[in-house]
Write a protein that binds this ligand. Structure first.
Ligand SMILES: [Zn+2]
Length: 225
């Protein structure tokens, strides 16, 4: 069962379009699996639509438009859209998949149109970059083979993990598909996956390893960032 959700502030920023594409996709991947957040998003979307249709917020300055006029306008608009032959419904495309270490995964809906690099491997970790071109914000798909994990680390910036498939555990418990895990420098953890898993990750700085031979682990930090 999903236990970790985006904050209310983040859902609001998602609805108003104020999140970078990487985080918006993370919210979307979570919401596809979380009834609670999907409802919250629908409600916020409705509220924001209502606010932007209040006359004083009308960017076209039509003055006091009555409700009746508004509804007529909408009907007219819908008629125009429906009678326009140039608009065709897009056919649902076949879901894209990615294969990491011989394991095929269906990509989440929010990632269907994203460009993804070929994967690179270190030990039981495989990483494929999601090419979003957001500067210091790096987005990846991270695959952990059964029995693998990421050494104990903390975060120089933020690290978002949305579990897409499989499961993993760390000091804070066990995670399930859809879990939305936002961590920063206050958290130290050592994720391990017994069964293997696929995660969608977003980070704005390399992870910082906190145990043992730090220098030798730095390449992994750069690898998963
Ligand atoms: Zn949720």
């Amino acid at each position: 069962m999903i236990k970790h959700h985006p904050t209310f502030e983040m859902l609001k920023a998602y609805v108003t379009g104020d999140l970078p594409a990487s985080l918006a996709a993370g919210v979307s991947i979570h919401a596809d699996k979380c009834d609670e957040c999907r409802k919250q998003i629908a409600l916020l979307t409705e509220q924001i639509a209502e606010v932007s249709f209040e006359p004083e917020h009308d960017p076209l300055h039509f003055g006091n438009v009555s409700d009746e006029t508004m509804s007529v306008d909408f009907e007219q608009m819908l008629d125009n859209i429906c009678s326009d032959d140039s608009i065709t419904l897009t056919k649902p495309t076949e879901a894209k998949t990615i294969t990491l270490r011989d394991t095929p995964y269906q990509l989440p809906r929010a990632m269907q149109h994203m460009e993804i690099s070929s994967s690179a491997n270190i030990g039981k970790l495989s990483r494929a970059r999601v090419m979003l071109d957001e500067g210091e914000i790096h987005t990846s798909l991270l695959h952990i083979e059964p029995g693998g994990g990421v050494p104990m680390h903390t975060h120089n910036g933020f690290e978002l993990t949305v579990l897409v498939e499989g499961s993993f555990t760390d000091e804070m418990g066990e995670y399930f598909p859809g879990d939305f895990i936002m961590l920063d420098g206050q958290h130290v953890h050592h994720p391990v996956s017994e069964q293997g898993c696929l995660c969608y990750t977003v980070a704005n700085a390399p992870q910082k390893f906190t145990q043992g031979i730090n220098k030798l682990l730095n390449p992994i930090g750069n690898f998963i960032y």
